[in-house]
Ligand binder design. Structure first.
Ligand SMILES: CC(C)(COP(=O)(O)OP(=O)(O)OC[C@H]1O[C@@H](n2cnc3c(N)ncnc32)[C@H](O)[C@@H]1OP(=O)(O)O)[C@@H](O)C(=O)NCCC(=O)NCCS
Length: 319
């Protein structure tokens, strides 16, 4: 239990402003490598994320000051080929002057209780292995589900851009099908119209998204969303989100289709052999790790762990 001079509760009881969350976020995540440096326009967009549930999002207050918080977004994630109602937790943060007083633990415990009451199947989050957060989540019952890696490439080379092209609005329905039918991974969200629009169109000017597509004969297309952003520790990057490849030369060809100055960053599950081969072929370098953790709230057994994990970049990086 946190000390009595703190009050805690869900956003339904007391919701912080965008400015308050943005300030705390900037303070807490400046030292956390590989996340977006967003500021207020980013946070206004992020807090409008469809599925962000005020009954599950939590805040801790010291007087009028926001000192800790977390977000939870309800998404239908494919686990073991079945869509399950999952609460995706992110932006768990406590003001540096208020740490080690049980605030994050207390907010997470409240979220777990509320998620059970709402009948969610599981809770999911990402964190750096060995971090304070990793220990905290483990002590609350979250289990490691997959290890992801950041992969980076400083520059692209001229080469053969074989068939990659920016997607027109007319292609969008097809790209949505490619993403929706990506059943070789666990953790792919079902995206309704609102969630798709938030991810690709209703974005701040500072954080544009460009959808690319590559048609391949005899099967579904490949796709990626390219998201330029400034990231902690990595600087100015273009994040590859929803990177769905079917061939080993995919990423190499994608790089060749982009301006030479494009510095790419991608995330891949350590067991995602095709994607890793494709990144290596394109001279990407393997960087730091991030663990996808899962807490099953359903009957014993929970989610199987056979499939590689799909990295939801908005929850790991923020875009
Ligand atoms: C991670 C973070 C949210 C923890 O917040 P907190 O309010 O200090 O956490 P709590 O006081 O509830 O800690 C609960 C437990 O977590 C573990 N823990 C928290 N901080 C720790 C630290 N610096 N080192 C080791 N263990 C730590 C301990 O087990 C602790 O219990 P204890 O104090 O009884 O030993 C906070 O350190 C933070 O904001 N960090 C920067 C942002 C970040 O990394 N967020 C997580 C991203 S996934």
């Amino acid at each position: 239990m946190p000390a009595p001079d703190y009050s805690t509760g869900p956003y339904t009881a007391r919701a912080p402003s965008v400015a308050q969350v943005s300030r705390l976020n900037d303070l807490c995540f400046a030292e956390y490598p590989g996340v977006i440096e967003g500021g207020e326009p980013f946070m206004r967009w992020y807090m409008a994320r469809p599925g962000l549930d005020p009954r599950l999002c939590q805040a801790a207050w010291h007087g009028d000051g926001l000192v800790a918080g977390l977000f939870v977004t309800r998404l239908a994630l494919h686990l073991g080929a079945t869509p399950r109602p999952v609460g995706v937790i992110d932006t768990v943060m406590t003001h540096p002057e208020h740490r080690r007083r049980g605030l994050a633990g207390s907010l997470l415990s409240a979220t777990i209780r509320a998620a059970r009451e709402l009948g969610l199947w599981a809770l999911q989050l990402y964190t750096a292995p060995g971090s304070a957060g990793h220990r905290l989540y483990g002590s609350l019952g979250f289990r490691d589900r997959a290890t992801l890696r950041y992969w980076t490439r400083a520059k692209t080379d001229p080469g053969d851009p074989a068939r990659w092209r920016p997607c027109s609005l007319a292609d969008e329905a097809r790209v949505q099908d490619v993403v929706a039918s990506h059943r070789s991974h666990d953790g792919v969200p079902e995206m309704d119209t609102a969630y798709w629009a938030w991810r690709r169109h209703d974005r701040p000017l500072e954080l544009p998204a460009a959808t690319w597509i590559r048609d391949l004969p005899g099967g579904p297309a490949e796709t990626v969303a390219l998201l330029p952003a400034t990231m902690t520790a990595l600087g100015r990057r273009t994040v590859c989100s929803d990177l769905m490849v079917r061939q080993e030369d995919s990423v190499e060809s994608l790089c060749a289709a982009l301006p030479a100055s494009t510095s790419l960053v991608a995330l891949a599950d350590e067991r995602d052999h095709l994607l890793i081969t494709s990144l290596r072929k394109a001279d990407f370098e393997r960087g730091s790790a991030e663990v996808a953790m899962l807490m099953s709230l359903s009957s014993p057994g929970g989610a199987g762990a056979d499939l590689p994990w799909f990295a939801l970049t908005e929850s790991v990086i923020g875009v």
